[in-house]
Design a protein around this ligand. Structure first.
Ligand SMILES: Cc1cc2nc3c(=O)[nH]c(=O)nc-3n(C[C@H](O)[C@H](O)[C@H](O)COP(=O)(O)O)c2cc1C
Length: 335
């Protein structure tokens, strides 16, 4: 059976990839992921805070008025979530390149265009197989329009693309008003992959202590719906690879994402919950399903249920929503 897939130009032995998480914050952790059976690793993000903490020159850049994303900085978690500065991060990439056989994709979250370019180049030099841009921003400045935010994404992508030779993926938030149009713009700007969707830090409120609670709960399978919909809608309409992230609990979600049209399916919560070896369970579950259905290659099943390929494309659209609403009618009447 042929499980190979091509994701952002990288040949992978199968589509199951570890998405950015603390599981990759040491070389030992990355080896565990490789031994556990993932086909590639997206490393945890190198965050601006760490760069700022370690690099005086860079903080000067931040203060010199070039910061296009400065406003988002105040929304980063203050803690040293990943206690890894740029030097240690680069060293990790170098050692992973030497010691691991699977591709290692570095993840970057910067603030200034100089930062994106400088660190993208350094990560390339360190041996990263690719780059994932994690443009994390809670755009809480009420004067900034959606069009401006989209333009910032495009500018960052173009700047990084022109500075490196390795493939560049963009990890997207689900919060764009015209996702399809925006995805096409990113595709035209040269994105090698679109990763859907990031799971933003959304704090809760403790109603006893009246405190904002910064928690990041692990995901559940119900969360695949938004990325599944957009992967199904975009399949066949963009050159960029489609990376699925969010809500993989077991093999069923991997299968659904591939049927929708994903080139790679990523997991963090399931690997944190069950350990890195769970990657092999995801892969064997996929294999068993393919065997039962008579698929010999992942390529044969990919996108079979995409919007373009499905017998009834309206199943993904508004009309079907109305049908679902119809089915609720009368169910909750008192008498
Ligand atoms: C503890 C934790 C740390 C994470 N760190 C990062 C990160 O550094 N960079 C990033 O882009 N995403 C990060 N993520 C998001 C994951 O990569 C992933 O996109 C998200 O959890 C959705 O996938 P899942 O449902 O399989 O968990 C993190 C998620 C968790 C739970």
């Amino acid at each position: 059976m042929d499980l190979t897939t091509t994701y952002m130009g990288l040949r992978l032995k199968h589509p199951v990839v570890a998405s950015a998480s603390p599981l990759s914050d040491t070389l030992q952790g990355m080896k565990r992921l490789e031994d556990g059976g993932v086909a590639a690793i997206v490393m945890f993000s190198l965050f601006e805070e760490q760069i700022r903490h370690e690099n005086e020159a860079f903080s000067h850049l931040m203060e010199s008025g070039t910061a296009s994303f400065a406003e988002s900085l105040s929304y980063f978690p203050e803690s040293d979530a990943y206690d890894v500065g740029p030097e240690r991060y680069l060293e990790l990439v170098r050692r992973a390149k030497e010691d691991l056989e699977i591709p290692v994709i570095a993840s970057l979250n910067c603030v200034t265009s100089e930062g994106w370019i400088q660190y993208a180049q350094q990560l390339q030099e360190a041996g990263a197989s690719g780059l994932e841009l994690n443009i994390y921003g809670v755009h809480a400045d009420l004067s900034v329009s959606g069009a401006e935010i989209e333009q910032q994404y495009v500018d960052i992508l173009k700047a990084v693309k022109s500075a490196v030779r390795i493939p560049v993926a963009l990890k997207l938030s689900a919060f764009f008003s015209s996702m399809g149009h925006f995805a096409k713009r990113l595709d035209a700007a040269g994105a090698d992959a679109l990763v859907m969707f990031n799971r933003f830090f959304q704090p809760d409120i403790d109603i006893q202590e009246l405190e904002v609670q910064p928690t990041l709960p692990l995901s559940s399978a119900g969360e695949i719906r938004a990325p599944l919909l957009w992967i199904a809608l975009l399949r066949g309409h963009v050159e960029a690879s489609l990376g699925a992230t969010r809500g993989v609990e077991g093999p069923a979600e991997v299968i659904k994402y591939l049927l929708a049209g994903a080139d790679a399916v990523m997991s963090t919560s399931a690997l944190l919950r069950n350990g890195p070896a769970y990657a092999a369970t995801l892969v064997s579950g996929l294999e068993e399903w393919m065997q039962a259905r008579g698929f010999e290659e992942v390529g044969q099943m990919r996108g079979v249920m995409s919007h373009s390929n499905v017998g009834n494309p309206r199943a993904f659209e508004r009309a079907n929503y109305l049908r679902v609403l119809e089915s609720f009618k009368g169910q909750y009447d008192d008498g």
